[in-house]
Design a protein around this ligand. Structure first.
Ligand SMILES: CC(C)(COP(=O)(O)OP(=O)(O)OC[C@H]1O[C@@H](n2cnc3c(N)ncnc32)[C@H](O)[C@@H]1OP(=O)(O)O)[C@@H](O)C(=O)NCCC(=O)NCCS
Length: 158
């Protein structure tokens, strides 16, 4: 939770905060690994009631420590990118990991995101901490090459 604000204390709180959040429109998907839910990945449009439906921001967390560092997060991000570019036909997808979240940044680079810049005090946690975040994006023209790298990795794993 270091990179995801204050941790919910009960499963009910987690459900309210993560699954029934009144943030509309936001689409949230459960990440399954070895037959169980281990986290979630989501996307939303920044200004949904305007002309900004060509872009979306995504976010992800894997709550089960055992499921981290095994490629699951990168696979989930790639799967969502494939959906957003190939089914929803978006032009740009963005993500904004905290500057100190080296694992997340590495994972997003592997998936195809590029570094755009640092947004100072771009987030404020419930405990009052302001955080600087990287702004990263991937444009639709860059997706085919990113997808090729994904497929090459899958082939080399076989
Ligand atoms: C960030 C997160 C989604 C990444 O998913 P993951 O499945 O753990 O990541 P992957 O295994 O796919 O890839 C992690 C990469 O970072 C590297 N890495 C791990 N720890 C690292 C560190 N401290 N510094 C730099 N790189 C690190 C891994 O070696 C791997 O790179 P490699 O494949 O080149 O070896 C997941 O760890 C997570 O949910 N963390 C907690 C919540 C969070 O930070 N959410 C992101 C909010 S923006």
């Amino acid at each position: 939770m270091e990179f995801w604000d204050v941790a919910p204390e009960t499963i009910e709180e987690a459900r309210e905060e993560f699954l029934e959040a009144d943030i509309v429109p936001l689409w949230r998907f459960v990440i399954e690994w070895q037959g169980r839910g281990v986290g979630s990945v989501e996307y939303s449009h920044p200004y949904a009631d305007t002309d900004y439906l060509w872009t979306a921001g995504i976010d992800i967390f894997i709550g089960e420590p055992a499921a981290r560092n095994r490629g699951v997060g990168t696979e989930a991000v790639r799967t969502l990118l494939q959906y957003l570019f190939e089914v929803k036909h978006l032009h740009r997808v963005t993500i904004d990991p905290e500057v100190g979240n080296a694992r997340a940044i590495r994972s997003y680079e592997k998936a195809g995101f590029r570094f755009d810049g640092v947004l100072r005090h771009n987030d404020r946690f419930e405990n009052g901490r302001y955080v600087d975040t990287h702004f990263m994006s991937i444009i639709e023209d860059e997706w085919p090459a990113a997808k090729n790298r994904w497929e090459a990795e899958v082939d080399s794993d076989d």
